[in-house]
Design a protein around this ligand. Structure first.
Ligand code: MG
Length: 465
């Protein structure tokens, strides 16, 4: 059993005693705290606040949805229940419904026994650090009270948002349906039997793709493989591509905010390059700033430089990337884990936008996906960690590392990132275990590994080991 309460919501395995796993009582308590947070400062208003609720196709989705909707109405709020919906669809529905907030019931890429509540503000964006802390405080103190009988809210259904989302993507200026239609692509999709199984094939057909090969596109929550869209989980689509059956393969996670691309030869385009390719296309048409997080590939910075555009890095976490994007007026941004944020539509990672922009780029380039990949600077990321003695002052240790590399370009807005001329290394402490995660990037996997091992040695030496 696991229950993790953080500023980005509550996440846990279904079942168990209250407080041990994501039990029904925990769902109710956390939802009530969120409702109280949305209501704060608005007591006495005549109009009831309205919250959009969407869910991915997890086995526990309907059960959690009924708890969330029941709790919101018990807190005197109206609910727009949009049913099976992606995370970006729910985000768009919040502003589309002029709602006061939104809850997405999804544990993203976590396995089937998990579920979670992701909390949105009235702009359909994730709560920030301070807001998330306030929800946690209210939940902890049970600082809420339920509505009396005449004040109860009601639940309204609206299952048109998937379609509206697809229409909005088709309406984007940089999405060229005609070019995609003419290219006559054969496209394979693996949606891990979640909501992407409905929306991605639907989007592809609306984009003029006639041949769509659907893998794991039944939204029944029976995840056909571990849901995170990383190479070790994508053998099925890779072997289909190796047989030459499709020009491009798309893989999404259960809530469809991450997009991985598989090349026509069955090899990975590599998740880091989803954002890089989409940004290349966006910047070549609408030059402007771009943003990704500190742990994302440097290839984006290089592509931005090629277009004469500014690049800025943000702390890890979607909310941090979005904040930075607004600050610098970015035209494109996201995260290296296949998360594309295109503010022309909304400020949230959106695999539908990613698919449409990538297919437009591919159609206009006239290249194979593997040829397109060669246009981008080659980098590889390595992921290591250092296990430390429990109780050790990790912040102090990170400061020591910073001093060791003081002559390099050091960024400390989120752990310690050291940029070298041809590589970088990023150290972050875990909030749950006594470890430091070390991510590094260089022009080859072997060089990235060597760099991580070298820095790991420096950390251990500073820790007195
Ligand atoms: Mg996700």
């Amino acid at each position: 059993m696991s229950l993790i309460k953080s500023i980005s919501g509550i996440r846990g395995t279904i079942g168990g005693r209250p407080g041990d796993g994501l039990s029904a009582l925990d769902v109710v308590k956390f939802t009530a705290a969120y409702a109280r947070f949305i209501r704060q400062g608005r007591e006495g208003e005549v109009v009831k606040p309205k919250i959009v609720v969407g869910r991915d196709a997890r086995l526990s989705g309907k059960m959690v949805e009924s708890l969330v909707c029941g709790t919101l109405t018990a807190m005197g709020m109206d609910v727009v229940k949009i049913g099976l919906a992606t995370t970006p669809t729910t985000e768009i529905a919040v502003t589309g419904e002029k709602a006061d907030g939104g809850i997405i019931i999804t544990a993203s890429h976590n396995p089937r026994q998990w579920n979670a509540l992701k909390l949105l503000n009235r702009n359909g964006e994730f709560l920030n650090d301070a807001e998330g802390k306030e929800v946690l405080r209210i939940a902890e103190a049970e600082d809420f009270s339920f509505a009396e009988v005449d004040e109860l809210g009601r639940v309204m259904k609206n299952d048109t948002w998937n379609e509206k989302h697809i229409d909005a993507v088709l309406g984007l200026k940089l999405v060229d349906v005609e070019a995609i239609r003419k290219a006559g692509f054969r496209v394979a999709v693996d949606a891990v039997n979640s909501v992407g199984g409905i929306v991605i094939p639907q989007l592809l057909r609306a984009l003029g793709v006639e041949e769509v090969i659907e893998l794991n596109c039944e939204p029944n929550g029976k995840f056909a493989h571990t849901p995170e869209p990383i190479p070790e989980n994508l053998g099925q689509i890779a072997s289909l591509m190796k047989e030459g059956r499709a020009d491009v393969g798309f893989v999404v996670d259960p809530d469809v905010d991450r997009l991985a691309i598989v090349m026509e030869n069955g090899e990975m385009f590599v998740e880091e390059y989803t954002l890089v390719a989409v940004a290349d296309y966006v910047l070549s048409n609408t030059p402007g700033a771009s943003v990704s997080n500190l742990s994302s590939s440097r290839a984006l910075r290089d592509v931005a430089a090629k277009h004469g555009c500014k690049y800025a890095a943000a702390a890890v976490g979607e909310v941090n990337v979005v904040t930075k994007m607004k600050e610098v007026g970015a035209v494109i941004g996201g995260e290296g884990n296949g998360g594309v944020i295109y503010p022309e539509l909304h400020y949230g990672r959106d695999a539908l936008v990613g698919v449409a922009l990538f297919l437009t780029l591919l159609a206009k380039s006239g290249k194979k996906v593997s040829e397109l990949k060669k246009d981008y600077p080659a980098y590889a990321i390595a992921k290591h960690k250092v296990e430390l003695t429990p109780g050790l002052d990790v912040d102090k240790l990170l400061n020591q590392v910073k001093e060791i590399y003081a002559s390099e370009e050091v960024t400390d807005i989120d752990g310690v990132k050291i940029d070298f001329p041809d590589s970088w290394v990023h150290l972050r402490k875990s909030n749950t275990e006594p470890i430091i995660r070390i991510y590094s990037e260089a022009h080859s996997g072997a060089e990235a590994d060597a760099l991580a091992v070298k820095v790991k040695g420096a950390v251990l030496k500073a820790a007195g080991k």
